[in-house]
Design a protein around this ligand. Structure first.
Ligand code: GDP
Length: 318
């Protein structure tokens, strides 16, 4: 295992984006690390406003920062509001990275996203393919902002000698996910649709596309575990991919969810809907080589997710 670079014990650790799925998972994980971890809400600080961010850092004086705050959304939101995605993400990153530097933060971890690799990148995506070709046009604004954040961490290291690092998580799911069918990703959408089909006694559900695209899914708690590991043990300039290295077809994912929800009907395919990319797998060998391994299998993570969704649905809390 990579040697310890930064001990979190007794440190003040700020999680920017703590109300989101990944940020809240990081906060839960930090509860076991003997540090004083805290987040912020929009009432505490608007992260797109530089003066507010500076005042927040002056007031809270964190030793370490997880930068998990971002404007995120599905393909439709990205396509229709590219200016918002570019502007807000650039502002959040620039404000936090600069304030962290100004206030003497000892270590910062910035989160990128697997969708920022070039459209034609070779599978599985290795870290060195960043910026090696044109981006996927539908989320280019978001991707450019995230690439800028990664470069900022690299440049701040070079110019100021600070210990700022970046990680690139794969597709995540878990507690606090977005179950909206229009804007959400496939996993929460299928959990919702299949559970509701079971409750309604329907005899089939229809997935979009052929069902053959392959995707990698990681539970947000597993990702948070990897991010805390990197905060403690990684100090390199290049970003690190964070994934499980396991992939599943959309059809098999639907079958697993059907089994967990008790849905016994047919799973149909609507091939008039787009498949998107046939495969999206990240090469996470660098992370695994540092000594981290995934502990939440898709089967276990899905079982937890279906249970949580059942409770939310029954309580009318969606
Ligand atoms: P992607 O990973 O960026 O392509 O985004 P998604 O998570 O939205 O979709 C992944 C794959 O799941 C695509 O091939 C979709 O066509 C397929 N899919 C099947 N059923 C659904 C559904 O109900 N919702 C979504 N979002 N995708 C679905």
């Amino acid at each position: 295992m990579a040697e310890m670079d930064y001990s979190l014990e007794g440190k003040k650790v700020y999680v920017a984006g703590s109300t989101g799925m990944v940020g809240s998972a990081i906060l839960r994980k930090l509860a076991q690390e003997g540090c004083e971890a805290f987040g912020s809400t929009r009432q505490d600080v608007d992260l797109t406003r530089q003066a507010e961010v500076e005042a927040w850092f002056d007031k809270t004086r964190p030793d370490a920062v997880f930068l998990a705050a971002a404007r995120v959304g599905g393909i439709m939101a990205n396509r229709t509001r590219p200016a918002t995605f570019l502007y807000e993400n650039l502002m959040i990153e620039a404000n936090i990275i600069e304030a962290a530097h100004q206030s003497g933060v000892e270590k910062l971890l910035f989160l990128g996203s697997s969708c920022i690799y070039p459209k034609a990148a070779k599978q599985p995506y290795t870290e060195d393919q960043l910026m090696q070709g044109p981006l996927e046009p539908t989320n280019e604004g978001y991707a450019i902002a995230k690439i800028a954040g990664i470069r900022m961490c690299e440049y701040y290291r070079e110019q100021y000698g600070v210990n700022f690092i970046s990680a690139m998580p794969t597709n995540l799911y878990g507690t606090g996910d977005n179950y909206d069918l229009e804007t959400g990703h496939v996993l929460p959408a299928l959990v919702r649709r299949i559970h509701e089909a079971k409750l309604a006694g329907e005899d089939s559900i229809t997935i979009w596309g052929t069902g053959s695209p392959m995707r990698e899914f990681m539970h947000a708690d597993d990702c948070a575990d990897a991010l805390v590991f990197l905060m403690k043990r990684y100090k390199g300039a290049e970003h690190v991919n964070v994934g499980t290295e396991h992939e599943v077809s959309i059809y098999d994912l639907a079958r697993m969810i059907a089994k967990l929800t008790g849905f016994e009907g047919e799973i149909r395919r609507d091939t008039s809907k787009p498949d998107g990319s046939p495969r999206k797998l990240m090469d996470s060998s660098r992370l695994h080589g540092l000594g981290w391994s995934s502990t939440i299998s898709l089967k276990e993570g899905l079982a937890r997710t279906v249970e949580e969704f059942r409770a939310l649905h029954a309580a009318g809390d969606l």
